[in-house]
Design a protein around this ligand. Sequence first.
Ligand SMILES: *[C@@H]1O[C@H](CO)[C@@H](O)[C@H](O)[C@H]1NC(C)=O
Ligand SMILES: *[C@@H]1O[C@H](CO)[C@@H](O)[C@H](O)[C@H]1NC(C)=O
Ligand SMILES: *[C@@H]1O[C@H](CO)[C@@H](O)[C@H](O)[C@H]1NC(C)=O
Length: 469
Amino acid sequence: MSKILILFFISVSLCFKVFDRVREDCPNFHEKIKPINAELTQPKLAISAEDEEELLTRVNIVFHCAATVRFDEPLKHALQLNAMGTQRLLELARQMQKLEAFIHISTAYANCVRKCIDEIIYPPPAEPKKLFDLVEWLDESIIQDITPKLLGDWPNTYTYTKALSEYLIQQEKGNLNIAIIRPSIVGASWHEPFPGWIDSFNGTSGIFVAAGKGILRTVIANNEAVADMIPVDVVINLTLAAGWYTAVHRPKNMLVYNCTTGGINPFFWGEMEQYVMSTFKRNPLEQAFRTPNAHLTSNYLINQYWITVSHKAPAILYDLYMRLTGRKPRMMKVINRLHKSMMLLQYFSTQSWDWSSDNMNMLMGQLNTEDRKLYNFDVRQLHWSEYIESYCLGAKKYLLNEDMSGIPAAKQHLRKLRNIRYAFNTTLLVIIWRIFIARSQMARNIWYFVVSLCYKFLSYFRASSTLRH
Ligand SMILES: *[C@@H]1O[C@H](CO)[C@@H](O)[C@H](O)[C@H]1NC(C)=O
Ligand SMILES: *[C@@H]1O[C@H](CO)[C@@H](O)[C@H](O)[C@H]1NC(C)=O
Ligand SMILES: *[C@@H]1O[C@H](CO)[C@@H](O)[C@H](O)[C@H]1NC(C)=O
């Protein structure tokens, strides 16, 4: 077989742990990789003449995975990276002499203004070229001001620019052989390189960690809405298989693959809450702020109530304590950041979408038995409770660098927190009682009654437990 040169256009930092396994299996793997410097926002991607020459004469497949995934990226920057960057890469690809396929990674939410999303390119929210011109000359602060108007029904600049880039590709593909992959919410890996591997707090991982640490206690979400999550290695396997199919079979029309789980193996936000909480109760994170206890609600007012009582009040108290002990207060800052990311998530956690996945099924049918195993992306086999458990443990191990041997100490810490909470609640109750209620004789009588009852109960309890011993 002739050598195939692949260009992966990626923008994430390369985390070392992810390569631990390949380092073992294939120690000289780095000899097969040639990194090239590029910058999406620059003309001709700022690739050196020498590198460009090599790309133009030798690349066979391009996988375009470079983008900003920040939901709240300023529009100008998001356009430059996600839309103009794609346009520049297409331009380069059109000149590649040996190119067989160009695979573009989009998102299942690029067309989230629709409820049923087919594997086709939809009309864009705006004419991309006009937008490019606009942001070229308009002052950045003005762009910020008019961004909500421009976005229209789109919830953020990320999905908006991803919709634009899909359309751009359709417009400018020339005779390139292109496929588009649309993954939904990408989560930790399912199998490869190891279960639960994750390298960033972005997306759901940061939320899991915040819930596990006991900081996050209320989330706006609809228990019955589909949480369309997809493991990162499924996306990668599907992407590779699509690369093969596009290059070898050269489908007449550009294929869009929806890479989602909701239609085949649905998973709901309510279940997610349950699995995340149960994992962190059995395997607590170290030095938790409070006992993990997060709840979903779809009611805005209830959420606001819990935000005040369970997020802001403890943060204020904790920061006060930090200040009194001469340290830097930080919890309110954490809470504010958390609220910001929850706001961005809300749109996705309160609605469901239907994606058609005929092309994904078609692709699975095209693979032979061996390849189907080697590039497995069959999410029907995904067991959600196991997956979420390994995701949470992965966040513990790979994001927080916590060792599993620290779990007994973490459990001990949770017991301490529980005792602090009991003591705190009791003190609060007594204070409220003394100040507001214990002024009348009647109240005093009740008070003594309750205290003596507690006393009796305690002595009974002690007696029975001594008997048992
Ligand atoms: C995560 O999000 C931050 C900003 O919110 C961004 O700077 C960073 O690049 C993102 N990381 C990854 C791996 O996407
Ligand atoms: C996509 O959506 C369709 C319904 O529109 C469903 O039949 C199919 O199974 C879904 N596939 C995936 C992978 O979500
Ligand atoms: C993806 O492919 C790799 C390599 O064959 C395999 O080890 C891994 O298990 C696959 N991923 C999934 C989710 O099945």
